[in-house]
Design a protein around this ligand. Structure first.
Ligand code: SF4
Length: 469
């Protein structure tokens, strides 16, 4: 299961490029395949992008090569299209309306259909990501003739999208009408306006959080100030804030959908302990995402919280590995069991989520080998049974362990003494918005919009629509 992408933007600061670099650095957890910044001082837009982590893409020379008082930046994990230079964002194009840079977090479920229509009339695409079709929609003369071209462009898009657009004279932030992904607005002491996927980026650069960009809102930032417009119509009180941002994706220090991620996760751990207490000597998290939930679980149940693993921050990410044996090696490189802490102990192990189950099994196996007497696994999210079409790169449905096995069968596969998940209702009781404002489709199968023709991640490379298996 992979993260999605990060957006960062700043308007009105002499150090816009270096602040964007820091902002992206703070948001690195959301995407590790490529990074990029486009900047301007009000004239030409300049772009630097590359494959890899932020600190691999940007050195002093690359940062010095672009200048400006306005900038947008992006970290990418691809949920559509492969990891290539051409797909690195922000994308930069010239059209009749001038230059425009575009950065996207999310996934457009109708991108292949739109692209095919444009290709049939001769449009040439530079990338294989879903994002580029937005530029083609924007450049369409019929849209450019409208008073607000972007409103008409957005009406064509289906799926999850937070967007940042940079023109020479303005920066625009957009959040889709159901608000799948988070996007925050803030300011700096000098009056510069900042936008970021998570408030962690604001903390990094000393900016103040003001509010979220609302679902269905277009925020235009220019020398004239900040202007807000609505699009997308009335959603009838529904929303689709991705609950997995709270469970796994976002950084614990961030405010996401208006509340702190660590506190939400700790509450989920408490709720899990209320629903599924276990007897044991020590509550331990599977690092690092389950740490917050484990503290909540331990507090609620009154059993000491401890560590069973040390974590190497230098070992890379196990999910990128192509084969299971590679992933197992990566897990061993990344997590090392503290044998003396677990030997002879009855462990209550808290995990944030179980996707394929293979990585969790490897970690449980390591605890057994180190001499744990009993292992009771508690999971701070419900069983994942359905794929995500909205910007999270889940394995295929058949690879999701809860899709093909019962909880008892999963317990046996993971080789734990007991296994319990938090309930769907219990999970939703830990977040502040009402249930109808969240997407929980990967647990429930209730998708917030119909996905008639789901496209496979590399559909645009293959030159054809391909159905999920
Ligand atoms: S399906 Fe799951 S991961 Fe995807 S947007 Fe909905 S809650 Fe988030």
């Amino acid at each position: 299961m992979q993260h999605n992408c990060a957006l960062f933007g700043i308007f009105g600061h002499d150090d816009a490029v270096s602040l964007s670099h820091l902002g992206l650095y703070a948001l690195q957890h959301r995407g590790q395949e490529s990074a990029g910044i486009v900047s301007t001082s009000g004239e030409r837009l300049e772009r630097q992008v590359g494959l890899g982590l932020v600190n691999q893409v940007f050195n002093k020379r690359k940062l010095a090569a672009i200048r400006g008082t306005r900038a947008i930046g992006h970290c990418r994990y691809s949920t559509s299209g492969s990891c290539t230079d051409a797909n690195a964002q922000p994308l930069l194009f010239s059209f009749a309306g001038g230059q425009v840079a575009l950065a996207h977090n999310g996934n457009l479920i109708n991108a292949s259909l739109l692209r095919r229509k444009y290709e049939e009339v001769g449009h040439i695409f530079q990338s294989t990501s879903d994002t580029e079709v937005i530029i083609h929609l924007l450049a369409k003369p019929a849209h450019q003739q409208k008073k607000f071209p972007l409103n008409h462009v957005l009406n064509h898009l289906q799926g999850a999208y937070c967007l940042l657009l940079l023109f020479s004279d303005r920066m625009i932030a957009v959040r889709d009408p159901l608000g799948f992904r988070p996007l925050c607005l803030g300011h700096m002491d000098n009056g510069a306006v900042v936008v970021a996927s998570e408030t962690k980026a604001f903390d990094m650069i000393g900016a103040t959080y003001d509010r979220d960009v609302e679902p269905g809102e277009i925020v235009t930032i220019s020398d004239a100030g900040v202007e807000s417009r609505r699009f997308g119509g009335d959603m009838g009180g529904r929303g689709a804030a991705c609950i997995f941002e709270q469970i796994y994706f976002a950084d614990p220090s961030s405010l996401v959908f208006g509340e702190n991620v660590h506190l939400v996760r700790a509450k989920m751990g408490q709720q899990l302990a209320i629903e599924s207490p276990a007897e044991g000597d020590l509550v331990v998290p599977i690092p690092t995402c389950a740490t917050c939930a484990a503290t909540g679980y331990a507090k609620q149940i009154g059993i000491p919280y401890g560590r069973a693993f040390t974590t190497s921050h230098y070992a890379g990410r196990s999910f990128i590995m192509p084969t299971q044996s590679d992933r197992d090696i990566a897990v061993r490189m990344k997590l090392n069991v503290i044998k003396e802490a677990v030997k002879g102990q009855r462990l209550i192990v808290v995990e944030d989520s179980v996707v394929r189950g293979t990585t969790t099994r490897a970690k449980i196996g390591a605890l057994r080998k180190a001499g744990a007497k009993e292992i009771h696994l508690r999971v701070a999210s419900p069983p994942i049974r359905h794929p995500c079409y909205f910007g999270i790169d889940f394995p295929t449905q058949n690879e999701l362990i809860a899709n093909t096995r019962t909880v008892d069968e999963i317990r046996d596969f993971l080789e734990v003494d007991s296994l319990q998940y938090i309930s769907h209702e219990g999970m939703l009781s830990c977040v502040q918005m009402p249930p109808e404002k969240y997407c929980t489709a990967c647990f429930s199968g209730n998708y917030p919009m119909s996905v008639d023709e789901p496209v496979e991640k590399f559909a645009m490379e293959h030159g054809q629509m391909q159905m999920f298996t």
